[in-house]
Write a new protein. Structure first.
Length: 286
């Protein structure tokens, strides 16, 4: 029995490899590939009265997605996603650098702390931020107590609140690829740069940063693309004034009952996701 199990897990035969891949493959097919394919097919249909789906195929939903009235939503979505990515990179790179080269025996504890946003429901986290950012919340109370404000101001339902919520949730998506990339930088190469007369900053700009660029690109992609489809942050911390692509998609399915148009928007978002990953793979292999 032990030899048979060892042979199976060893993967020396194609059949053994296929058996090991089967559970994960079936999981992805039924929960990812088939639903995504259904959305793509539905995106070419028409929306009938009272939300009924008319199976008359065409490109009208995709043409409608680029209607000028939706352009502000697209621009706003890309602006928030780009701003979140930049802020996460500015905050995440020094943090990943510290975890890699300076944390020492505290590294594992800090890595665990970095995963705190994933330990609780995002709803709990966002409602906690509402308590902090409200007019009678902790932030206004602290600023008034220390003399920075004379009366409370509205932090909530502003671009600042949206950006804060997005950075809070997506910062680990930037830090972890950066940490993995920096951890692979050979210490001997950095020491060689010091031996050749390079200072700390010169060694960083000439050696560490170029070698960590794959992590920078991966972190930016893993942050930017999910931000494009985020809707819960804006729904709770931004209010109705700041309508993003994720909110538009959600409303098409849940309120307008226009599933074909919502599917077309989702398909475009999915195409952006696949295209970004493809470009990253091409860049990494180049």
């Amino acid at each position: 029995m032990g030899k048979a199990l060892s042979w199976l897990l060893g993967g020396r035969k194609p059949l053994a490899s296929h058996l090991l891949l089967a559970p994960a493959s079936l999981w992805l097919i039924f929960l990812l590939v088939i639903p995504a394919g259904g959305l793509i097919v539905l995106s070419f249909a028409k929306n009938g009265p009272y939300g009924a789906i008319v199976w008359e195929f065409g490109l009208h939903n995709y043409a409608r997605a680029f209607d000028p009235k939706y352009l502000p939503v697209l621009f706003r979505t890309f602006a928030f996603a780009a701003a979140t990515t930049v802020v996460c990179l500015v905050l995440g790179y020094p943090l990943a650098y510290y975890l890699t080269f300076r944390a020492g025996r505290w590294r594992n504890a800090l890595l665990v702390g970095l995963m705190v946003p994933f330990w609780s429901s995002c709803l709990v986290a966002y409602y906690s931020w509402m308590i902090v950012l409200g007019k009678e919340g902790l932030l206004n109370t602290a600023l008034i107590r220390f003399g920075f404000l004379s009366e409370p101001i509205g932090f909530l339902y502003t671009p600042f609140a949206i950006l804060l919520g997005l950075v809070y949730f997506y910062l680990p998506f930037t830090v972890l690829p950066l940490y993995a990339s920096l951890d692979k930088v050979p210490r001997s190469v950095i020491e060689a740069a010091y031996d050749l007369g390079a200072g700390r900053w010169t060694a960083f700009w000439k050696v560490t940063l170029p070698l960590s660029l794959p992590g920078v690109v991966a972190g930016c992609i893993l942050t930017f693309i999910p931000c494009l489809g985020d809707f819960l942050t804006v729904e709770i911390l931004g209010g109705p004034r700041y309508y993003l692509l994720g909110n538009l998609i959600s409303n098409q399915f849940m309120m307008a009952q226009d599933w074909p148009f919502g599917s077309a928007l989702t398909s475009l978002l999915l195409a952006g996701l696949v295209g970004g990953l493809w470009l990253y793979q091409r860049w990494e292999k180049a």
